[in-house]
Design a protein. Structure first.
Length: 832
RNA sequence: GGGCGUUUAGCUCAGUUGGUUAGAGCAUCUGCCUUACAAGCAGAGGGUCUGCGGUUCGAGUCCGUAAACGCCCACCA
């Protein structure tokens, strides 16, 4: 027997058992395959609410499909997360007084793997707490041998196809981590700064150019000043020279369209080694590229007396010096947006550097082409997110994939003098040195959906479970991940990586702010689980909003979900308590038929919305059906036929169905109740999902009980509003009179009286209530308000029904409905 | 600069392809310890659906436009 109150701790005991029985394993069901690969969490820390949402959604889908008989595989795994993890490990070592470079690459990687093992353990523990039905036999890590093989295969192949190349370009440099980054890893933030106007004297003249810049410290690398060839102010200066202040070097004034006459003063200093646009200008005009900043963000020898100063300190000192020397014309305050490293937070330095790139255009075009084919495209849910991917594919440019880090996939590239070798294995001959760099972490995650299934080997797993069916992730990583999986998959497997891509929103705090350490508004899902249970958290997260929109986390709602579960718990207690009653064989009562009909309708709708991934709708349908129909209406009516086998069977059948439909959302409590209800050790998670059965629809009973419930409710409202005493007199004329009397807890005790009766009707149900009238002014006021509303409604309907256009164009059903409604209202008006 | 999203009850959110009186939870008010559940039951109140214009017999829903808030992308000497 169940305890009096729901206790989530006592329900969260099934995970070991599910695991032990192999229920999570693929290959158990005979049906079609259904695959989800988990977005691998970074091994950098604890899972947050976003992970809980993301994985709960996947578990809901996979448990549903499993119960429907699909051969489901939900593949778990984790991401080494190159830079993110390396930062953490470096920090940890620093606390111990150890410097990464002193330790050396090999020892550092040992430490990183220890870190990974520790965090992987944590993550698995949290997955278990969430109740996720992952097939751990196939768990993968992005640095696993088979994934490394996939990475190398892809790198080598793309290189051979000319789609990976090495080049010297301006890249985004993180001076703290001292690595290159991709454009996606740069976040632009508004920064308060100055627009410095510097005097560049013109050679052979007493005039000067007013050159405006936000980055004066890069002036040591200036190799020209550009003006627009069409700019009348400066046209005649093209070809002349200016003197670079402090450096005292002559540099040319060039004409280039890059200089925008409308911006600043119309004169731009050209620093080809420190600005992507200037780099292009430099190429056009064959300018020298002078690097003036070191990899750590300090100034190098080209900065003369400023050498070794930090770039910001140099700026400050330099501006001061320029001012003293009379070169600073103006210093305008300016707010402009500046790139920052997504991971380390420091300002990005555009930096000339030799890196490896993926040539994106041909790969992106393939995606754009494929998205036109409705049979092979990636279907986004909600649809609008497809635009984000497509837009990215349209404007994308080459992807910088080399990182100056240690933690990650090392580039399969070897050098010997000027020779380059790219291949799966190290060249046999002596003298080859492998490239020190590792790949962007997203390079390996881009292969995740197929590499985890064994690719490049055409394994059994790959053949059976690829392409995957659904990928679930947040909109924030579409550019990083979804896009890249899509083009790599199309290029290497000729298939989309997943048929559906479910995009959910981010979880924010109650005020709509992002969770962040600095705000201290973080919520640990494990604390929530401890307080309210995994079932409550999962239900709340998956049913409380529509996909694609952000969720404002609200603990009160989790608490209210706990109440819902407690309600289910108690209803189940009631059913279980009565199941062994001595009961007689009987036909179904009208209320049995009613709930069975509602139950079938619910199965139909829930299944429909589950298949469309509209969990919000599933949630409200189940909530309403369980709380209102099953608990408040049916159980209350069933209390009067607990001696009938038909009712007991109905209670059990419907409750079983409810548990099954809830199970994907609330695995623990449904398992506990299911086993108790059916006196079994069998698991609900491998039971069959309810299937809609037309034959169990009783439309007459549905209508009859709907009317009855409305009738009872009307009488209750009337009683309450008129403060009718308990021993009131009522006369009921209805088919299910006994049931109604019991529900109203009244007696049909009409005796002679001279009171005026109040008639209440719903269809053919009729009641007359006799009571002492004592209308207060407030009552009269309300009555008058109701009367006015009724008149207004009648007026509206009459005008509608006299509108010839409406009568011609509206569907007949609606017109008839309006007519009968009007008549009813007119009748009601007479009673006022 | 380009694009997207949001705007509905005090709060948080639903609202399918336009069609009865726009829904839910929480909060509020009234009455109930009715033996599954007081974390509950039975009722009630609360919305000119951001503004304006249009299409339509009919608009929260479609179109146009304005505003507020948020996000993405690009640019930013």
């Amino acid at each position: 027997m169940l305890d009096k109150k729901y206790n989530h701790h006592e329900c969260e005991v099934h995970y070991e058992n599910w695991l032990k029985n192999g229920y999570f394993e693929c290959g158990k069901n005979k049906g079609k395959s259904f695959t989800i690969v988990i977005p691998p969490p970074n091994v950098t820390g604890k899972l947050h609410l976003g992970h809980a949402l993301d994985t709960a959604l996947q578990d809901v889908i996979i448990r549903f499909k499993r119960m429907q008989g699909f051969d489901t595989l939900w593949l778990p795994g984790m991401d080494h997360a190159a830079i993110a993890t390396e930062i953490k490990v470096v920090e940890k070592l620093k606390e111990q007084g150890i410097n990464k470079h002193d330790l050396g690459r090999e020892k550092f990687l040992e430490q990183a793997f220890l870190w990974k093992d520790e965090y992987a353990l944590n993550i698995r523990e949290q997955w278990a707490k969430l109740g996720l039905s992952l097939d751990y036999r196939h768990e993968r890590f992005t640095l696993d041998e088979n994934l490394s093989k996939a990475v190398k295969t892809v790198f080598v192949k793309l290189y051979e196809e000319g789609l990976i190349y090495q080049g010297e370009r301006i890249i985004n440099w993180d001076p703290l981590q001292q690595t290159a980054l991709s454009t996606e890893e740069v976040i632009y933030k508004d920064v308060e700064s100055y627009f410095y106007h510097i005097k560049y004297p013109i050679v052979g003249s007493d005039k000067y150019l007013d050159v405006a810049t936000t980055r004066p410290e890069t002036m040591f690398g200036d190799t020209a000043v550009a003006v627009n060839p069409k700019d009348k102010r400066y046209q005649d200066l093209i070809g002349k020279k200016v003197i670079l202040p402090i450096v005292n070097k002559e540099i040319p004034i060039i004409g280039d369209v890059h200089a925008d006459p409308k911006k600043g003063t119309g004169c731009v200093k050209i620093t080809p080694a420190h600005d992507p646009n200037d780099f292009e200008v430099g190429l056009r005009h064959n300018l020298e590229k002078i690097i003036v900043i070191n990899k750590d963000g300090t100034m190098n020898e080209n900065a003369l007396q400023y050498q070794n100063m930090d770039r910001f300190a140099c700026r400050e000192k330099l501006v001061k010096d320029l001012e003293e020397m009379g070169y600073l014309l103006k210093k305008e305050p300016l707010v402009h947006s500046v790139g920052h490293s997504e991971r380390s937070g420091v300002m990005i330095e555009p930096y000339l550097s030799k890196q490896w790139f993926v040539k994106m255009r041909p790969l992106a075009d393939k995606v754009l082409e494929n998205q036109k084919n409705k049979d092979t495209k990636v279907n986004f849910v909600p649809k609008r997110f497809e635009k984000i991917m497509n837009h990215w594919m349209e404007i994308t440019y080459d992807w910088c994939i080399s990182r100056q880090l240690w933690w990650g996939h090392r580039l399969p590239v070897w050098y010997k003098g000027d020779e380059i070798y790219v291949g799966m294995e190290e060249p046999k001959e002596d003298g080859w040195v492998q490239d020190e760099d590792v790949l962007d972490t997203w390079f390996s995650s881009a292969l995740w959906p197929f590499a985890t299934l064994g690719w490049p080997d055409i394994s059994e797993l790959y053949q059976k479970y690829f392409p995957t069916d659904v990928l679930v992730t947040g909109y924030d990583i579409i550019p990083f991940w979804v896009n890249r999986m899509t083009f790599q998959s199309l290029h290497f497997t000729n298939q989309r990586p997943f048929k559906y891509c479910l995009i959910h929103g981010l979880i924010r705090d109650k005020q709509g702010r992002k969770f962040s350490k600095s705000l201290g508004n973080g919520v640990d899902p494990m604390d929530v689980i401890d307080k309210y249970g995994a079932d409550a958290l999962r239900w709340y997260l998956t049913t409380s909003t529509t996909l694609g929109t952000d969720i404002r986390y609200d603990e009160e709602k989790v608490a209210s979900t706990w109440n819902f579960i407690n309600k289910i718990w108690n209803a189940s207690r009631f059913v279980i308590m009565n199941l062994d009653n001595e009961a007689v064989n009987s036909d179904l009562t009208v209320s049995d038929k009613w709930i069975l009909t509602r139950y079938e309708e619910t199965i139909k709708n829930v299944t429909k919305f589950m298949e469309r991934f509209e969990f919000q709708n599933v949630g409200s349908i189940l909530y309403q059906f369980i709380w209102e129909d099953f608990c408040d209406s049916y159980i209350e009516m069933a209390k009067f036929s607990l001696d009938k086998k038909a009712t007991l069977n109905t209670l059990q059948e419907v409750l079983n169905g409810i548990l099954k439909m809830l199970h994907p959302f609330m695995p623990y409590v449904t398992e506990t109740i299911y086993q108790e209800l059916n006196h079994t050790k069998d698991s609900i998670m491998v039971s069959d999902y309810p299937v809609y059965d037309k034959k169990k629809i009783f439309n007459d009973s549905l209508e009859e009980v709907n009317n009855l419930l409305e009738f009872v409710s009307k009488i209750r409202t009337f009683k309450q509003e008129n403060q009718i005493p308990k021993n009131y007199q009522i006369n009921i004329d209805a088919k299910e009179k006994d049931l109604i009397i019991k529900m109203l807890k009244c007696q049909d005790n009409l005796v002679e009286n001279n009171l005026e009766g109040k008639i209440i009707t719903v269809k053919d149900l009729k009641a007359v209530i006799y009571y002492e009238k004592h209308e207060s002014p407030k009552d009269l006021e309300r009555k008058e308000k109701e009367r006015e509303q009724l008149i207004a409604s009648i007026k509206k309907r009459e005008s509608l029904l006299s509108n010839q256009n409406f009568l011609n164009k509206a569907p007949k059903e609606l017109i008839d409905n309006e007519k009968s409604k009007l008549e009813e209202e007119k009748r009601r008006l007479e009673t006022y």
